[in-house]
Design a protein around this ligand. Sequence first.
Ligand SMILES: C[S@@+](CC[C@H](N)C(=O)[O-])C[C@H]1O[C@@H](n2cnc3c(N)ncnc32)[C@H](O)[C@@H]1O
Length: 251
Amino acid sequence: MVDYDERLHQVYAEGRALPADSLGTWMRAVTDLAPIERPLTVLDLGCGIGRFTPALAETFGGPVYGVEPSTRMLQQAPEHPAVTYLEGSAESIPLADESCDLAWLFLTIHHWADPLQGLREVRRVLRPGGVVFLRTQFGDRMPDIYWYRYFPSARQVDASMYLPLDEVRALAAQAGLVAEEQPRWVEASEPRTLRAAYERVKLRAFSTFEHLAEDELDRGFAEFERDAAADPERELPVVPAGVLLLRRPSS
Ligand SMILES: C[S@@+](CC[C@H](N)C(=O)[O-])C[C@H]1O[C@@H](n2cnc3c(N)ncnc32)[C@H](O)[C@@H]1O
C-alpha cells in the first residue's frame, strides 16, 4: 500500500498539476454522463489535494464532499464555499445513506485496502439512480505510457497495482452497482514535449515509483534526462484515459 502522508504529499501538487485545459475536459466528460438535474450533491472520494473538488462544485452547483485518508494531502486542498473536506476512507465513508447523486473516483480505487467494501460504501451513500465516474487504469489494458521505457519494471508494477476490467465489473456487481460493459476513453491533455514530461515525471509524484528500486530509478531518470536534453521538443502521443461508468439501480 502507498501512504500519501509519507512522501507523495510533498510532490503531488507540482508533479500532478493539471494542464490548463485538462480540468475543463474532465468537467465536460463528467457532465455528459451525470444525471441532468441541478444542483447535484457530489462525493469526491480519495480527493487528495482537491485537484477537482472545487471544479465539481462549480460544475454541478451543489455541495461537494471531499473524502480523503491522508491528512497531509487534505491540508493542501483549496477552500470553496460549497466544499466540505472530511478525513475518511472509501471503506468507511463519513456520509449518510443516500446523500449523494454522483461519486467521482479519480485514480484512487487501486489504493484502497478493500475495494469491495469501498464500492459497497459508495453504493450506500448514493441515491438510487446515482452515478459513479470511475477514472482508473485496468491491469489487463495498460496504456503505453512513454516513460515506461526508462524503468524496466514500471509497466509490470502498474499492471499489478490496477485491477483488470472484469474484476472491477465483478466487484461493482457484488457491491450492488451496475457497470457499463466497456470503459470510455477521455483525451485529457498531459505535457506534450519530452522536456515538459521529464520535468514533471522527475518529481516522482506517481505511486509507481514508490515500488521501484533506487538503482532502477537512478538509471532510468539519468537516461530520461539525457533524452530530454537531446530532443526537448519531441512531441509525445496523447494517451486516452479510461473511465468506467457505474450506476446504483433506481429500484
Ligand atoms: C493518485 S491520488 C488521487 C487524488 C485525487 N483523486 C486526484 O486525482 O488528484 C490517490 C488518492 O487516494 C487516496 N486513498 C488511498 N487509500 C484510500 C482509501 N482507502 N479510501 C479513499 N482514498 C484513498 C490517497 O491518499 C490519495 O490521495
